[in-house]
Design a protein around this ligand. Structure first.
Ligand SMILES: [Zn+2]
Ligand SMILES: [Zn+2]
Length: 142
């Protein structure tokens, strides 16, 4: 079977100070609904693409680290605050999760699974049923 997952993806933080390249195909790509990710990102869910640590090449910028639990480390841009990477030497030794929303071309890496759905906000299950608007709507229409 041919592996069709892409290698050589690039990404970075919002301000552009941090740039990274991923040299291998990802191990998996999930959308996480856990409380920790939600609080840390300030978003209803967070996309994570998992790689071997050696596959991640941080080419530019200073990454700061926040210990979000005993073993979990969340790595972010010290200038703009964008969360980029997650490591956990106890849970996923030798691996790194990349926040897939920071990829330059996220369309190239479709998510494969939703995880930690026990923590999912109840209305997120049907979020695809909400009315859609291609651009930011006129505030009068909200
Ligand atoms: Zn930044
Ligand atoms: Zn999570």
């Amino acid at each position: 079977m041919t592996d069709t997952k892409p290698a050589g993806l690039t990404g970075g933080c919002h301000c552009g100070a941090i740039r990274y390249t991923l040299h291998d195909p990802p191990i998996n790509h999930t959308l996480c609904h856990c409380r920790d990710c939600r609080r840390n990102a300030g978003a209803q869910m967070v996309g994570w693409a998992m790689y071997r640590e050696q596959a991640l090449d941080i080419e530019m910028g200073e990454v700061a680290t926040y210990a979000s639990s005993e073993n979990a480390r969340r790595h972010f841009c010290i200038q703009c605050g964008t969360g980029l990477f997650y490591t956990n030497a106890a849970l996923i030794p030798g691996l790194v999760d990349i926040r897939s929303g920071t990829l330059d071309e996220p369309d190239l890496l479709p998510a494969q699974m939703q995880i930690q759905t026990e923590d999912r906000i109840s209305w997120m299950e049907d979020v695809h049923l909400l009315p859609s608007c291609e651009r930011y709507p006129n505030p009068k229409d909200l």
